[in-house]
Unconditional design. Structure first.
Length: 129
């Protein structure tokens, strides 16, 4: 019975719908230019339970995930990471924060700071772009 439960859990995990994240801003920006897409950047803080919860609840198994993957190049950036990102533009004291940038790295709509919920993100996706 344990083996069956483990197999079912593994199957569900493998079929989970999730955002395809880049971890390098420069590579993501190049890809956004190549595909003519906007950037969606999630800035998180390492070891933050709120950030981990946001990723698990808002960016996995939601109806809008396919839309995000189709319309945006998504970047997951950890505060103080070694790879560069436009820190002066993406500066915040609130984690997580979600930024939306166009191909020229200009804000396409205001960031979502703090409480990033599925409902809130779904509404932003309707008005942002």
């Amino acid at each position: 019975m344990k083996l069956l439960s483990l197999l079912i859990l593994l199957t569900l995990t493998l079929s989970a719908n999730h955002v395809r994240w880049f971890s390098n801003f420069d590579e993501a920006h190049k890809e956004a230019l190549k595909q003519n897409k906007h950037l969606m950047i999630l800035l998180i803080k390492k070891d933050s339970p709120e950030c981990k919860d946001t990723i698990a609840t808002t960016f996995m198994n939601q109806t809008y995930i396919d839309k995000i993957n189709k319309e945006f190049i998504s970047v997951l950036i950890t505060k103080d990471q070694k790879q560069s990102y436009p820190i002066e533009m993406l500066y915040t004291f609130t984690y997580p924060t979600l930024f939306f940038l166009n191909e020229q790295e200009l804000f396409s709509c205001k960031p979502i700071r703090g409480d990033i919920t599925p409902h809130r993100l779904k509404n932003y996706l309707k008005e942002c772009k």
